[in-house]
Write a protein that binds this ligand. Sequence first.
Ligand SMILES: Cc1cc2nc3c(=O)[nH]c(=O)nc-3n(C[C@H](O)[C@H](O)[C@H](O)COP(=O)(O)O)c2cc1C
Length: 396
Amino acid sequence: MVKKLTDQVTFRHGAKINGRIVQPPMLTNSGLSGGFVSQDTLDYYAVRPESASMIIVEYCYVIKDGGPSHTWGANKEQLGIQSDEHIEGLAKIAKLLKAKGNKAILQINHSGRESNYPARHGGRALAPSKIDFSFLDYPVEEITEKEIYEVIEAFGAAARRAIKAGYDGLEIHGANHYLHQQFFSKWSNQRTDQWGGSYENRTRFIRMVNDAVFKVIREEAPKDFIVGYRISPEEIHGENVGYTIEDSKQLVEDLGKNYDFDYIHVSNLNYKNIPAGYDKSYSQIYREVLPDDVKLIVVGGVTNEEKAQDALNYGDLVAVGRGTLIDPEFGKKIMEGRGNEIVTAISPEQIKISKLPPALITLFSDPRMPLQMPGRESIFSLHDLYKGDDYYREGY
Ligand SMILES: Cc1cc2nc3c(=O)[nH]c(=O)nc-3n(C[C@H](O)[C@H](O)[C@H](O)COP(=O)(O)O)c2cc1C
């Protein structure tokens, strides 16, 4: 069967979405102090109920010290889900995103050593092992066993809050060098206790978080609640090898076999990427070890309808990140047969339509920023608006 972008898709637990475009989680750094939703956050999500058939809200940290991370905002922070007080704001986002019948998912995480905001403001950055990371400008602390159990419990509590806030599902953030990945990485995780060493030990944290999350979901969520897991397929930085495609393939196979995930989300810079020595993409390798009814989301470099269609050769669902930041009607236009009307470059005018919060304008309008976005030269001048931010004082 040739997959079409406008196909209805049914997940393992029965939830249906009306098309194959997904908005992946993207940090907006629009939160108030303590990770609370701000008016900027709401304005940004308010224009996105049809950016995709399923919209995954940016990562929210589950416990104090688990975030915020990345501080390119003007006194604004990553969102949190670490207390019941956070439910109200997150519920407003869910309502906005579900307004046109599409699904709202929430990504939950612990940033581990990447919790740079607390680390630079007198707080702590926790990691599986205390290593002198040359790329960090702050020290990390080794997370204690007691704290590991607290984090696991916090993931369960976050799942409960996501359900209460009215989300259709949640995604566990196992990718992009945050705490899940740090535990899985042989390089970051040099523990000698039951949380480090063998594959079994390095995946213990992942398995226990899954157990805590699925327990809450079984007890409290609607039957068709969607649960996903995001993974980075490799961690290889020169001579430092955290894990290879063989390791992550094993993990994906175990996640598919032992848990009830509706989807696996492969974090990548290009959906076509192929690991060294293979003739198949990462997602195609995962497909072979996953049950048929677990959907695969691919991401990376999809900027228009043609590429989105091509990405269906690699996965079941296609996530469009920067493309939906530029045009919040990316998915809607495809669903309505108007894919040729998708706006593919940012501009000062398009920023007003796409309601990019200040931190994202800062990020994409900085000439020094390697992250590319077509048309970004047209917004470089806007960067001056945010001079004097924390962002400048702290560097990247
Ligand atoms: C501004 C920005 C923020 C991001 N924040 C997150 C995040 O919260 N969680 C996550 O898993 N990935 C995050 N990502 C990665 C995206 O989900 C996506 O994988 C990446 O942008 C590649 O897709 P694209 O080429 O379509 O932009 C972020 C990317 C960008 C550009």
